[in-house]
Design a protein around this ligand. Structure first.
Ligand code: 13P
Length: 143
């Protein structure tokens, strides 16, 4: 696992401008992390902030949300910034829900809008003081 905490940046189309603005505003702080993003979101951020090192995954509807979900399940992610559009139907709604669900299952710091993202990025937990997400109680659901 990377020694540097990894953050994921994801935004639905109606929220991509807000994500780009968030990344611009916080690019100094974000540069301290390894960043992953779904394909289109990552491209928009990279264009706006060329100095940020962003690993682009697949586009959300083509599996990018699930790739990030797998990173959460594998303990490879330390924070999720997911600017969701609650007003538009999504062809991959099940993937969106699955990603948010895994973030909750693993007690992943997760911001779903810019206001929360600002607070989360400032938090000590994301600054690397505590970078391990909580392993869920598996109950009857063994690994
Ligand atoms: O659809 C997304 C999240 O559900 C985001 O995917 P893109 O960044 O490829 O647009």
């Amino acid at each position: 696992m990377s020694a540097t905490p990894i953050l994921a940046l994801v935004a639905h189309d109606a929220k991509k401008d807000a994500m780009v603005e968030f990344a611009r505003r916080h690019k100094d702080k974000l540069s301290a992390f390894d960043l992953v993003a779904t394909g289109t979101t990552g491209g928009r951020i990279q264009d706006a902030c060329p100095d940020l090192n962003i690993t682009r995954l697949k586009s959300g509807p083509l599996g990018g949300d699930q790739q990030i979900g797998a990173m959460i399940a594998d303990g490879k992610l330390q924070g999720l910034f997911f600017f969701v559009d609650p007003l538009s139907p999504m062809p991959h709604d099940v993937d969106v829900k699955a990603l948010m669900r895994l973030a909750v299952v693993y007690d992943m710091p997760m911001a779903l809008n810019p206001a929360t993202a600002d607070i989360l990025l400032r938090s000590a937990r994301l600054a690397g003081l505590k970078t391990t997400s909580t392993t869920p109680e598996v109950g009857n659901y063994s690994s």
